[in-house]
Each structure stands twice: as C-alpha cells, then as structure tokens.
Design a binder for this molecule. Structure first.
Ligand code: ZN
Length: 266
C-alpha cells in the first residue's frame, strides 16, 4: 500500500485517487487497524499532501552510513552507527519549499531512505528488527555545512526548519522485500548528482533499528533516516551548494519521487 497524509487525514493511494482511512496515519499504525475506508475516494490532485508522517515523535538520523559517501568525505568507515537527530520542525511534505535562513550557508542535499517505525521496538535483535518497520519513504537530509561543522555537534546545521522533506508517500514494508536493494538518486535541476543503491549502506535497516532500540525505544511513527550515498555538493570539486530556485528531487526505486524547491527564508 502507498499511504499519504493530507490536510484533514490520511489514506491509501489508488490510481489517481486517495481513499481516506482516518484522521492520523501514526494512530493507525499504533493501533494496527485494518485498511478500512472511512469516506469515498477523493482525487489526489484535490488534496494537499503533507509528509506521510507530518510530526514524527523522534527522528534518528545516521551519518556516514554509505561506504561511497564515507570515502568521498575522507572519513573512516564507522565501526558502529553514528547517530544525530532532527526534530518535527524540519519535516515538510512533497512540493514544499525548503526555506534557508540567512544564517545557513553552504546548503547541501542528501538523498536518504527513511524508515517509518510501525511497532514499538525496544532491545530488538537484528533478526526481528524489520517486523517493527511499517514502511519506507524518500527523504532529503538538507544540511547547512557551515553550521554543521561550526562546533563538534552537527545539530545546528541539520535540525533547521523545513530541512527534512519526506514523501511523497509511505510504501508499506510488505512491498519492499529487501530494503538493501533499492536504487537511490538525487537530481538537482535535472542533473543527476547522486546515484547509488542502498546495498552501499554500512549498517542496514535491520542493524540500525536493532542498534538504536538498545538505548532508545522506537515507537510508531518515529523515523530512522539512514544516511546518504556519495555525490553530495560538499564533496564536489569545486563544491556545489544549493541556491534559491534550485529544484531537488529524491528518487528511490519503488518509493516515488520527492520534489522540493530551495528558497531564501523571507
Ligand atoms: Zn544525512
């Protein structure tokens, strides 16, 4: 199933319509209810799409988690996951603008596979971890490199308002048999700048969910944002940072296309 959140509720996509299924996708995940229609289908073009999870309780991000990206930034391949966080203020949906505040320079794109937790996960073994995953979506871990590296902590350059586009929909896990076999790309103004596959991850989805759950209980609607492959603007020669008007598109096989435009924050 492809699930979308929109202003007024959530539902599943069927062709060019959405079948409403209730007020909150996260509540629906938490209570494990069936895919029951609550209203007649509506044309997709007539609803205002939000991020599939518009206000995640937790957003756990993973740094340097692709071998090709660790290499291009001159970093060692980590021996255990490098975690940082964003907050719900960063999340925007498909088509939304990414608004760059004046403080944020050297703004960069990062195409990433987002994992949406479906069942509470606390100290789960790797072998059981994927049972706790509701599904997957495209994400863009937009980052201000100037703020990210200003201190020892990445938070300032990562958790900026609007800097985590997510969507366009959540694809349920039953339709993604192997999350480590997906092509992932970032296209900026029709130029393919990142092109890799999730098999390049240092720690796969199951390992990440298991590792995080050892100390942080993951709950329905939480996100794990699993890192970016090579091709970020920071690593280009010369660096290629985003400018107002740039159109970013994250594509992951089977998960659709996530389009967002960069704007200066007024
Ligand atoms: Zn990232």
């Amino acid at each position: 199933m492809r699930l979308v959140s929109f202003e007024g509720g959530f539902g599943r996509v069927e062709g060019d319509t959405v079948v409403p299924m209730g007020p909150s996708l996260v509540d629906w995940l938490a209570f494990g209810t069936q895919g029951v229609a609550t209203a007649p289908p509506r044309p997709l073009a007539e609803v205002k799409l939000l991020a599939p999870v518009p206000r995640p309780g937790k957003i756990v991000c993973v740094g340097l988690n692709y071998r090709d990206h660790a290499r291009e930034t001159g970093q060692e391949i980590p021996t255990e996951p490098v975690l940082f966080s964003k907050f719900a203020n960063s999340v925007v949906g498909p088509g939304a603008d990414v608004l760059v505040p004046p403080e944020a320079e050297k703004v960069d794109y990062e195409a990433e596979l987002a994992v949406v937790v479906g069942r509470k996960a606390s100290s789960v073994p790797v072998a059981d971890a994927l049972v706790h995953v509701a599904g997957y979506a495209c994400a863009n871990d937009v980052s201000s490199r100037s703020l990210q590296f200003r201190s020892g902590q990445w938070l300032l350059g990562k958790a900026i308002d609007t800097f985590l586009p997510l969507g366009p929909f959540l694809v349920t896990a039953d339709e993604v048999p192997d999350p480590q076999a997906l092509g992932i790309r970032c296209v900026v103004n029709d130029e393919v700048l990142q092109s890799s596959d999730t098999g390049q991850m240092v720690f796969g989805v199951a390992e990440l969910v298991s590792f995080i759950s050892r100390t942080i209980t993951l709950e329905p609607g939480d996100l794990v944002v699993t890192g970016t492959p090579s091709g970020v603007g920071m690593a280009a020669d010369p660096p290629r940072y985003l400018r107002p008007g740039d159109r970013m598109r994250v594509e992951i096989d089977g998960l659709g296309e996530l389009d967002n435009t960069v704007r200066a924050r007024p």
